[in-house]
Write a protein that binds this ligand. Structure first.
Ligand SMILES: Cc1cc2nc3c(=O)[nH]c(=O)nc-3n(C[C@H](O)[C@H](O)[C@H](O)COP(=O)(O)OP(=O)(O)OC[C@H]3O[C@@H](n4cnc5c(N)ncnc54)[C@H](O)[C@@H]3O)c2cc1C
Length: 389
């Protein structure tokens, strides 16, 4: 059993914890990262890995409150710029692919939504263009006749989620971070100026703790003595058998949960946030057959050539949902030095939240103002009206 001190203890070895450990270590801080099991196996190893640069559907199937896309778009632009430099900073490839993407509409209402979001995107510096159905089919003949229009965004793409988290961790280690796997944090206490952190591999203390426990972020906050309204849930993904290349771009939907892309192996990865079954943290949630069918029906209608491809697998992954479906990043009020980051699009936002957390820890003024996305709104005592407003 070890007993160690550090400047910062990061809890969770998913993409957010690993990226944060990297950013902190890169600034010369002494970092310990504690991972419950093996790094990169939970949300960060099951994710679609899409880089959400243009806005897409604002509700997963079954999701009550819509994402505030207008608020997120400027942050997506900053995240997009940061992804440009990730491979160089980490010194290794993570297969960032900017294949460009179409967000399609199939109803007149959704078409109007494309025009509205494209205005937000252009204001944020994201180049998007609204095309009508014929123009978009001329650009991407694989789209079906139900598509009435689409926005094109050349910056859309994805990264290989199986490479990103390990690459961040290796680069963090190279900068001195101490990384422990199979090291679940079991207790947290503020003692004087420090947090004392117990885990099965030993005890650690540091003035700052970053809670990057993803679906467990609510539970880890409870260990520190506060209640945040974070709900763990699981969503599912599909993958087809390999096929000759036919789909050069990412296809997503503005009105329904759908993302379709053909990856380097030739298989087509289909997502969109369709719910999996009941989640028990630490175990894969069951894949729900009727949601596989629903997701697939939408995918085949939008990209009819998919009809000829069999599915090779379906899987589920866990994430933490906030009541307003927006990300959360910042210090938990009442818990000095206890920071949290999780929520919507955590893969896309990982370089940005990692930088923001590192800036907060070192006392720099964060380059993006995300005070409205802080955890105070999620405190169990915070007014629910604030969330639904
Ligand atoms: C199926 C699916 C598809 C998605 N698609 C996209 C997408 O296309 N684009 C996008 O931007 N986002 C997407 N997301 C969201 C995003 O990918 C994930 O939310 C993100 O990867 C989460 O990263 P994380 O590091 O916060 O959490 P995780 O990757 O879940 O990691 C949290 C880690 O904390 C550890 N931990 C928990 N408790 C403790 C403890 N007590 N002590 C120590 N360690 C602990 C866990 O073991 C885990 O490894 C998707 C999510 C899912 C599930």
């Amino acid at each position: 059993m070890v007993s160690q001190t550090a400047d910062v203890i990061v809890i969770g070895g998913g993409v957010l914890g690993s990226a944060t450990a990297f950013e902190l270590a890169d600034r010369g801080l002494d970092v310990v990262l504690l991972e419950r099991a093996l790094p990169g196996r939970q949300g960060s190893g099951t994710t679609a890995g899409n880089l959400h640069i243009q806005a897409i559907h604002t509700r997963r199937p079954g999701q009550g409150i819509a994402v505030d896309a207008a608020r997120l778009v400027p942050l997506q632009k900053v995240a997009s710029d940061l992804w440009e430099g990730v491979e160089e900073r980490l010194g290794r490839p993570v297969e960032v692919v900017r294949c460009g993407g179409f967000t399609v509409a199939e109803t007149p209402e959704d078409l109007a939504a494309l025009h509205e979001k494209s205005a937000w995107e252009r204001a944020a510096g994201i180049e998007t263009e609204v095309l009508d159905g014929d123009a978009v089919r001329a650009a991407l003949p694989q789209l079906g006749p139900s598509v009435l229009g689409a926005t094109w965004c050349a910056a859309d793409g994805y990264a290989n989620s199986l490479l990103v988290t390990p690459a961040y961790l290796r680069a963090a280690r190279e900068r001195g971070a101490r990384v422990y796997s199979n090291a679940p944090v079991t207790a947290l206490a503020r003692v004087g100026q420090d947090w004392e952190v117990r885990s099965t591999v030993g005890n650690f203390s540091a003035p700052v703790v970053v809670n990057a426990a993803g679906p467990w972020a609510g539970r880890v906050t409870q260990l520190a003595g506060a209640e945040l309204r974070l709900e763990p849930l699981a969503i599912q993904m599909l993958e087809t058998v390999r096929a000759p290349r036919f789909l050069p771009h990412l296809v997503q939907h503005i009105g329904i949960g759908l993302s379709v892309k053909q990856v380097g192996s030739g298989s087509v990865v289909i997502g969109g946030g369709w719910p999996a079954g009941q989640l028990t943290l630490g175990e894969p949630a069951p894949v729900v057959d009727e949601n596989v069918a629903g997701n697939l029906a939408d995918a085949v209608r939008v990209v009819p050539e998919l009809a000829g491809l069999g599915l090779s697998r379906a899987w589920s992954g866990p994430l933490a949902a906030t009541p307003d479906e927006m990300p959360v990043v910042g210090e938990v009020p009442g818990l000095t030095g206890f920071l949290v980051a999780t929520g919507t699009y955590s893969f896309t936002f990982s370089p940005l939240w990692a930088r923001t957390l590192a800036e907060t820890v070192t006392g720099e003024t964060p380059q993006v103002d995300v005070r409205d996305l802080g955890p105070e709104r999620l405190l169990a005592t915070a007014g629910k009206e604030a969330i639904s407003a």
